[in-house]
Design a protein around this ligand. Structure first.
Ligand SMILES: [Zn+2]
Length: 297
């Protein structure tokens, strides 16, 4: 019965391939949504982890809240916003995200925008993109000075909370969207309290991609380099690497600083390079729910 055994063999081979794929890509079918205030926040704070989860099967989506019109050294508003947007798309692509959206609120001018409005925009995207996981700023972080970061964090947390509610933005249901509960959350922060860090992710395999993604924000990084040089000069200091500011010296600075930060986090946790988060799971690890939940089918 050669045809039967051949069919058998093919079925076994397909099952083995599927098992191998399930091992390397355990999160196939899940989607993650990154909510970033500015083009460069997500690459700097979470680029290594996002790339790693996408490698493991997640589909990635990016939502930027502002239009990044002010983050350049010597360009006008329109050119600044345009370049930062194009460079953000490239950074996202390097991390494996091809689906990029922007709410385009004016950079550092969001005081007049109500949090409910930002939340409503995000609820629509959550109901459409159905994120298993979201990444954003920690809304409880101390020492966060940037107003766009604070507003983004609060609106994203509120949207994750309310997207499941049947009485929030009911008109969206007439468009075919459904309620959606975000299942887990990775919050990043500039200077988190030690007790707030409850998830450390080994990014040794993705650090090179993270560096390339940060370097893709050419306009913002050039601005960062000039700002640093000016600040040091005011303090009567100079960094020889920045005597000449060009793509090469800026890229070198990014590489050194990104490795330095990730290595410092990794050292504390026995990893070469790492990123840290405040992580909120579906339910506490040893809770009744997680101990007793069984697969739907
Ligand atoms: Zn920012």
């Amino acid at each position: 019965m050669p045809s039967f055994s051949r069919r058998n063999f093919l079925a076994l081979a397909a099952a083995a391939a599927q098992a191998a794929r399930a091992q390397t890509r355990p999160y196939e079918g899940r989607s993650l949504v990154v909510i970033t205030a500015h083009a460069d926040d997500f690459t700097i704070f979470a680029g290594g982890t996002i790339a790693k989860l996408i490698d493991q099967g997640y589909t990635g989506h990016l939502i930027r809240v502002t239009n990044d019109e002010k983050d350049s050294y010597d360009l006008d508003l329109g050119e600044t916003s345009h370049r930062n947007t194009v460079e953000m798309r490239e950074a996202a692509r390097i991390l494996g995200i091809n689906d990029v959206h922007s709410l385009d609120f004016r950079n550092d001018e969001m005081d007049a925008i109500s949090e409910t409005e930002v939340r409503a925009r995000l609820i629509l995207w959550f109901r459409k993109l159905k994120p298993w996981t979201i990444f954003t700023f920690d809304p409880s972080a101390k020492y966060e000075e940037n107003p766009d970061h604070k507003k983004t964090a609060r609106a994203a947390e509120d949207a994750a909370w309310t997207a499941q509610g049947h009485l929030f933005l009911e008109e969206q249901f007439t468009l075919g969207l459904n309620r959606w509960a975000v299942l887990d959350r990775y919050y990043w922060a500039r200077a988190p309290e030690n007790q707030d860090v409850n998830k450390v992710v080994d990014i040794s395999a993705t650090i090179d991609r993270k560096i390339r993604a940060v370097q893709a924000h050419k306009t913002m990084m050039r601005h960062t380099a000039y700002s640093l040089k000016e600040k040091l000069a005011e303090a009567h200091l100079r960094l020889p690497l920045l005597d000449t500011i060009n793509e090469e010296s800026v890229n070198r600075l990014i590489e050194i600083e990104t490795r330095e930060t990730a290595a410092a986090v990794g050292r504390k946790h026995g990893m070469q390079y790492a990123e840290f988060f405040h992580y909120i799971p579906i339910a506490a690890e040893n809770s009744y729910v997680m101990k007793n939940a069984v697969p739907l089918k």
